[in-house]
Design a protein around this ligand. Structure first.
Ligand code: FE2
Length: 436
């Protein structure tokens, strides 16, 4: 049994300040001002910094991560060359190499306060190497990270021979969620058929669904409509996610005005992947060049739950990234122009509570009774956490500190100026001669 952990003097995402939080036996026991220190407790001084539930990534590819340069880099920067490149890499993969890279990424994730990841795993490989590797990784990291796996037919459920059988086999082996890629099937009809088959499979097995859906600049790619239809038909409300939905960026406004209420009605969650959408989409445009990200503020306003995903880090599709969901939130905020006070807060929610809902995480939050999982950020508010991509001073899982990071500060040597800056907003002193 671990010792009780008391966090002193934190600010919470809802704006409450000078709050203490007590973690006991892996759960949050109490939250409030000036809590007494239980005997034998470890006390961590938060110094007024922001205490948040852990960051959550609603969309990632752990089987491809950190493979950048193998066997070559993506020259065109397009989604389609990325898929082709991944196809070249697949025969060269080993279970050990996939697991090793995935574990390294999970270390980065924990250090960044990212304690839950939904990762797609490609099932279009008769050996199912990546599936076996990531199932082993899932088990290994379970004490410190919730890894949820999606059976993802990267080369098309109907287009790739054997994909349906392999997808079912992956589910039999323990993969948690049913994936799909309707816009990559041979025809619109086959895309719609794949959505039907996959939703029925999920309904039969009592599983969640998360499809790459309409990851295209083609305004006529409308598989999300079919996804909403089958979600409702099969009673899967709240358990289905449409990932990417980039075609919505280019759709006709009238059609979108019909589509958004359909998604809300069906309880379909949406995931945008801002870093990847802004770099992969619009590649066939000259100027003006489309941003390609789905309509995040409009989805939220329609009552659709929207999470953000990192999607890729150093792989055939994206050469950058470091498991930083605050970087993802910052990009989402810029691309969707969510600069209002409410918009900034919504972007923070998209990498925390909204994504937790998409994964169906149990006991997520900072209320008494929730799992004692949280992160202390070197920031005074959710908006400041995004602005600074704040340091994760302390990351706690089940009441145990699993990572510590030094605060970001600089020592200055300037005449008549402070000796140190940390980039957080300092209260401005009252103007001379005025009452404070
Ligand atoms: Fe993806």
């Amino acid at each position: 049994m671990t010792a009780p952990l008391l966090i002193r003097n934190a600010t919470l995402p809802d704006g409450r300040t000078a709050i203490d939080l007590l973690a006991l036996d892996g759960r949050i026991a109490e939250v409030g001002p000036a809590l007494p220190v239980p005997p034998g407790a470890e006390v961590a001084e938060a110094g007024g910094h922001l205490l948040s539930p852990p960051l959550v990534d609603a969309h990632f590819h752990l089987d491809a991560t950190l493979s950048l340069g193998l066997p070559r880099v993506n020259a065109s920067g397009t989604l389609l060359e990325g898929i082709q490149l991944w196809g070249e890499l697949k025969p060269l993969l080993t279970e050990e190499a996939i697991a090793e890279r995935a574990l390294q990424y999970c270390d980065w994730a924990v250090a960044r306060g990212l304690l839950a990841i939904r990762s797609h795993v490609d099932v279009c490989d008769p050996r199912l190497l990546a599936v076996r590797a990531l199932l082993a990784v899932q088990k290994r990291v379970a004490p410190y990270l919730d890894l949820q796996l999606v059976a993802f037919p990267q080369d098309g459920l109907l287009r790739s021979p054997g994909a349906l059988a392999q997808l079912k086999q992956a589910l039999d082996l323990g993969v948690d969620v049913v994936g799909g890629i309707p816009h990559f099937e041979r025809t619109m009809q086959e895309g719609a058929e794949s959505v039907r088959l996959l939703c029925e499979l999920a309904a039969e097995r009592g599983l969640r669904v998360d499809m790459h859906c309409d990851e295209s600049d083609d305004p006529l790619s409308r598989h999300v409509e079919t996804l909403a239809f089958h979600t409702q038909r099969l009673g899967l409300q709240g358990r289905v996610t449409g990932s990417h939905l980039t075609s919505m960026h280019s759709m006709d406004n009238y059609y979108v005005s019909k589509l958004l209420p359909l998604l809300a009605e069906a309880g379909v969650h949406a995931v945008a992947n801002p870093l990847i959408n802004i770099t992969l989409q619009g590649r066939h445009d000259s100027y003006p060049r489309r941003r390609g990200m789905t309509r995040v503020p409009e989805l939220l306003a329609a009552g659709v739950n929207v999470g953000f995903g990192h999607d890729c880090v150093m792989d055939p599709w994206y050469a950058l990234g470091s498991a930083d969901m605050l970087e993802v939130a910052a990009m989402g905020l810029h691309v969707a122009q969510m600069t209002s006070v409410q918009g900034q807060r919504q972007c923070f929610d998209a990498v925390t509570v909204n994504s937790a809902r998409i994964l169906g995480l149990q006991g997520y939050g900072l209320e008494p009774g929730c799992r004692a999982d949280f992160v202390l950020l070197q920031a005074g508010s959710p908006a400041e956490a995004i602005r600074l991509r704040a340091q994760r001073l302390l990351v706690v899982r089940g009441g145990t500190v699993v990572s510590r990071m030094a605060p970001a500060t600089a020592e200055l040597n300037l005449p008549g100026r402070p000796a140190r800056v940390d980039f957080t907003r300092q209260a401005a002193p009252a103007a001379p001669g005025r009452a404070s």
